[in-house]
Write a protein that binds this ligand. Structure first.
Ligand SMILES: Cc1ncc(COP(=O)(O)O)c(C=O)c1O
Length: 454
């Protein structure tokens, strides 16, 4: 059996159905990565236009300095428990995170990844209100179309595959509510911006009033929803969410698991709109995938309530053995150092603009590109059967499988769910951006003809 067959035989791959994995190119085995490129076993080289396939490898593949920093720390001290021990790089990383996050975010709870970071944020919010004597404040509002992770609570607030999850994994965690999304290309409230006066955010307030403000613990949102469709909020949206939270004593959680660490052209996407959350979640770009690690960062408003409480309840009743892992922390520190020293966040902004310009140019010539949007090196191309009406392709058109396969044939790895998604490493230059645009042009023309769209 070759490596691919052995992988299919023994690895339980995430999400992808077995038949799709067994289709040509449906599952790939890689042997190395360098910068923006991945080499498959056998030697074929691809441009990695989705940072390891999941918006993770922000600084790019093959950075030996990160591996060395981790190896050195692992040889010295790999691990101590996060109950009440810390290793030096974990202390330094917490300080670094406090320094680079916006506003007064300053206390860091380390996790092993993004789902756990979200899970942690939700539990912090509940315990925060409990300590304040607001035991009824247990509900959390997220948005339709959102993605926040795979653990049961994070899945329950995930709007993107809510029908599937509530059918198969029921019962979901109670007290999880969803408000309309702010996807202006497909407004579910059938409004048009700016005439809508961001009714999507106002609807959030209506839900709060309907449920009773004293029952709502938190609102959670990605500044730019990314795992499902990638769409930018209208400029007023996040400031209005902040206002609503303040008005009703609700905590605002911003999920920067994909958005963070330079992906959108700023260290954190919330900075584009000058909004500081009470709690921020992060993972992925925190280590650029060199180690599994996430974090939940809180403001003094939150932390001080725990500090003041005293007694058993002043400790967050939540523990993750690998939180703050010393070798992972050493890798994260080196990763952030590289990002800062090599100007990758600025590069994300500049190359992101160049990418958006290229994608929009292709849109002008393509009969099937309905919308192009993005910020920094995070971009989406919405492929539709009818540009005028925005009519999507039908499942029988097999857009996702066919379009992704064609892009791969053109040498570019990306993914197509509802939209074609791009998020290359932040070290991408003009050559990589031009390659993505060229592959998109060819693949869109091919798919239009395949689907019979003139
Ligand atoms: C916004 C957001 N939150 C949370 C998660 C979950 O992170 P993880 O897969 O590291 O558990 C993801 C993963 O894609 C995400 O995009």
């Amino acid at each position: 059996m070759d490596l691919r067959e052995r992988a299919l035989d023994k690895i339980w791959f995430h999400v992808t159905p077995p038949a799709a994995l067994r289709s040509p190119g449906g599952m790939m085995v890689f042997e190395r990565g360098e910068g923006c490129y991945l080499t498959e076993v056998g030697g074929d080289v691809y441009l990695d236009a989705l940072s390891g396939g999941a918006f993770v490898t922000n600084v790019g593949h093959g950075r030996k300095e990160i591996a060395d920093a981790m190896a050195e720390q692992a040889a010295k001290l790999a691990y101590v428990t996060p109950y009440n021990f810390a290793a030096e790089p974990t202390v330094k990383l917490a300080e670094k995170i406090a320094e680079i996050t916006p506003g007064d975010l300053s206390r860091v709870f380390f996790t092993s990844g993004g789902s756990e970071a979200v899970e942690t944020a939700l539990k912090i919010a509940k315990q925060y209100h409990w300590l304040g004597g607001d035991q009824k404040r247990t509900k959390v509002i997220s948005r339709h179309g959102s993605y926040h992770g795979s653990t049961h609570y994070a899945m329950s607030i995930t709007g993107a595959s809510h029908d599937f999850n509530s059918k198969i994994f029921a019962p979901l965690v109670p007290g999880t509510l969803q408000a309309p999304h702010h996807n202006c290309y497909r407004c579910e409230l059938e409004q048009t911006y700016p005439a809508c006066r961001i009714q999507c955010a106002r609807t959030m307030e209506k839900i709060i009033l309907h449920e009773g403000p004293d029952t709502i613990a938190a609102i959670i949102a990605e500044p730019i929803p990314s795992a499902a469709s990638i769409y930018l909020p209208p400029d007023e949206y996040l400031p209005v969410l902040r206002e609503i939270c303040d008005k009703y004593g609700i905590l605002l959680i911003l999920d920067e698991v994909i958005n963070g660490f330079g992906r959108t052209g700023k260290m954190f996407a919330s900075e584009h709109w000058g909004v500081t959350p009470d709690i921020m979640t992060m993972a992925k770009g925190l280590t650029s995938g060199y180690a599994p690690m996430g974090a939940t960062v809180t403001s003094p408003r939150v932390t001080s309530r725990f500090e003041a409480a005293g007694g058993r309840e002043s400790g967050l009743n939540h523990v993750i053995s690998f939180g703050g892992h010393a070798a992972s922390a050493a890798g994260a520190l080196k990763n952030i150092e590289i990002m800062e020293n090599e100007g990758m966040i600025e590069n994300s902004r500049v190359m992101g603009d160049y990418l958006l310009e290229g994608l929009k140019d292709v849109q002008k010539r393509s009969p099937i590109i309905g919308d192009v949007r993005g910020k920094g090196l995070l971009a989406a191309v919405e492929l539709v059967r009818d540009k005028k009406t925005g009519q999507p392709f039908a499942p029988s058109d097999m857009l996702s499988a066919k379009f992704t396969a064609k892009m791969r044939e053109e040498g570019v790895l990306m993914r197509t769910f509802a939209v074609a998604e791009f998020g290359p490493p932040l070290c991408a230059g003009r050559r990589e951006v031009e390659k993505i645009v060229e592959a998109l042009e060819k693949s869109a023309a091919w798919f239009a003809s395949e689907a019979g769209v003139a």
